[in-house]
Ligand binder design. Structure first.
Ligand code: OGA
Ligand code: NI
Length: 388
């Protein structure tokens, strides 16, 4: 890390000493001053290009105030468990397949989340991508800062907090992301430290996608190739997240509660835990299972399934352990942000009228990002409801 970076980061860290008072006791004037201070701190953080990891490396023992999150009122429920689906025998016979399709249908309808095992990806491939992502984030700042960008049209970038702004608390997480279109993959633009791992992982995730795509089509009562035929899973964004060790994990969050905007997400988490999903207004832990992947429905899957499948909010706690947490999320979506999607016509009837209106991914993301004071962490789905 350069001297300049560490100086600006330690200045940022010292701002936590300024106590922030509860909102109702501060005057407009004070609030404005506090806001502009926060803006400065956010800018300083962004300009460092060093991410949250840079802060940790600078030796802070208190988190800067831009990372402080308000507590939420959900309780953690120990009695619920995200369904685990064993894919063994999925192509082995009608009875077994029917069983798997039923399991996934129930999970996608009631949880929006499930874990899969026996998906055909060897454990060493999963371990290698986790190590590759870790290697990327743990490169010297001098190398890594060249990748820091918020230009999501670039083939590969790294950043901290895609939607960084003074009005919402910052997450304790850095991310690397790259994007692929089916049949137009270009791996040359990837960083050397994890290129081979990402290439292999992308191919493996694509085969899991094909399997899940068939099952979800069948779960909707459609031909197995239906979701493939409408092109809604043709592009993939791979996000390699790095959740640095946090000195005050109770004050912040690794990933703010959100639903995924994708059609389908496949998630690989390391062995630390910290992922929680909202189930009946309770947080339910999604503990890691060796070799398993987490599958979840995104907002667009909820839209096209006419709310049969649920895109459920989830979050990640800040890392309490002595090791950073690594996860790799693969988001599948359409090849083009201008393609319109709405409720699948075959699913609609007088009894099942369309719930959401058609939209494009581009329009949806623009709306999501522009919500000025968006209800903190909430999804943009209600915006599309036909009968609000
Ligand atoms: C995401 C996400 C969870 C995790 O990337 O959208 O929810 O465990 N990630 O990192
Ligand atoms: Ni998510």
């Amino acid at each position: 890390m350069t001297e300049r970076t560490s100086i600006s980061l330690s200045k940022l860290a010292s701002t936590t000493l300024v106590e922030s008072k509860p909102n109702h006791t501060i005057s407009n004037m004070e609030a404005t001053v506090e806001y502009s201070e926060r803006e400065k701190e956010v800018k300083q953080f962004e300009d460092s290009k060093a991410g949250v990891k840079g802060l940790v490396d600078s030796g802070i023992t208190k988190i800067p105030r831009i990372f402080i999150h308000p507590p939420d009122d959900f309780k953690v429920s120990p009695s619920f468990e995200v369904p685990l689906i064993d894919l063994q025998g999925i192509d082995g016979g009608r009875e077994r397949r029917k069983e798997i399709v039923e399991g996934i249908t129930g999970a996608a309808e009631t949880w929006g989340f499930f874990k899969i095992i026996n998906h055909g990806i060897p454990i060493n491939i999963l371990e290698e991508i986790l190590q590759g992502v870790r290697r990327f984030h743990e490169q010297p700042h001098e190398y890594k800062k060249g990748w820091y960008s918020k230009d999501f049209s670039r083939p590969a970038i790294y950043y901290s907090n895609g939607d960084l702004k003074a009005s919402t608390p910052t997450d304790w997480r850095d991310s690397f992301t790259c994007r692929f279109k089916q049949n137009h993959e270009n791996f040359d633009a990837l960083p050397h430290v994890c290129r081979e791992e990402i290439e292999e992982f992308f191919k493996r995730m694509s085969s899991v996608r094909d399997m899940i795509s068939e099952v979800l089509s069948e779960a909707l009562g459609l031909r197995s190739d239906y979701l493939t035929s409408i092109g809604c899973l043709k592009s993939a964004s791979i996000l390699g997240h790095y959740y640095p060790i946090c000195p005050e994990p109770d004050l912040t969050i690794g990933a703010t509660k959100h639903s995924d905007m994708s059609f389908l997400t496949l998630l690989l988490q390391d062995n630390q835990g910290g992922l929680q999903v909202d189930h009946q207004n309770h947080w339910v832990n999604v503990p890691p299972v060796k070799g398993a992947l987490v599958v979840n429905m995104g907002d667009f899957m909820q839209i096209i399934s006419n709310d049969k499948f649920k895109s459920v909010e989830h979050r990640v706690l800040a890392t309490r352990a002595t090791e950073p947490r690594i996860s790799v999320a693969t988001f599948f979506g359409a090849a083009n942000n201008d393609l319109q999607f709405g409720p699948i016509k075959e699913l609609l009837s007088d009894e099942n009228p369309p719930i959401n209106r058609d939209t494009t991914f581009g329009e949806y993301v623009t709306y999501y990002r522009s919500k000025d004071k968006r209800v903190y962490g909430n999804s943009a789905l209600p915006h599309l409801k036909i009968n609000k």
